[in-house]
Design a protein around this ligand. Structure first.
Ligand SMILES: [Zn+2]
Length: 205
């Protein structure tokens, strides 16, 4: 325990609270000499008044004993690092989802195209050709709602008018005209319609 550092810290916090040594002494029911001794590192505040002193100075006992507000700083730093990590994880998972969507799209469209080609090239009864195309249409029908859901929730759409980034409603994404991943939608912030690009990060790009 660094008494000099703790003393300086007490003085700094006292001044921060707009108190003179005398005023703090009165509040704590001790002599102003006692306060002076704490602040010069000659004595520690008695444990019986430590909690009250910390309350007056707006710090925790832990802060007092460390001679600085360390706990909150570290806490905030850790929290910030965790938040940055979470954002990175979301961006990575969004990118992954968008890749999955491409694969799902290809896997559901290729059999359908193959079926259409076969039905037209190979001589067969008309009902059989329709059946083959119909069956090969199923994967696309099944995959489409999932693909639209990914389009809706992975990353953000950016309004071309005001730059607002947001996650639109499923119905807006479903109904919107689109070119690739860019969709013509109404911005909830400015209310204008524009071709809105898909963005992964909310604050960069
Ligand atoms: Zn806008």
């Amino acid at each position: 325990m660094d008494q000099i550092k703790i003393g300086r810290f007490i003085a700094e916090r006292r001044k921060g609270c707009g108190l003179t040594q005398m005023q703090l002494a009165e509040q704590m029911n001790v002599s102003d000499r006692a306060v002076s001794k704490w602040e010069t590192g000659k004595a520690m505040p008695d444990s019986s008044i430590m909690l009250e002193l910390c309350a007056v100075l707006g710090i925790t006992v832990n802060d007092l004993l460390c001679g600085e507000v360390v706990t909150m700083e570290n806490y905030n730093k850790q929290l910030e690092e965790r938040l940055v990590e979470l954002v990175k994880e979301k961006e990575a998972s969004d990118r992954r989802l968008l890749r999955i969507e491409i694969v799902a799209g290809i896997m559901s469209v290729v059999p359908l195209i193959a079926a259409i080609v076969i039905a037209n090239v190979v001589p067969m009864e008309e009902w059989l050709a329709s059946l083959i195309v119909g069956v090969c249409l199923i994967p696309l029908l099944v995959a489409t709602p999932f693909m639209i859901r990914i389009e809706q929730t992975a990353g953000y759409y950016e309004c071309a008018k005001c730059g607002h980034k947001y996650i639109p409603k499923y119905a807006s994404v479903l109904m919107a005209m689109h070119s690739g991943r860019t969709r013509y939608m109404k911005c909830p912030a400015c209310g204008k319609r524009s071709w809105q690009k898909k963005r992964i990060g909310k604050d960069k790009e």
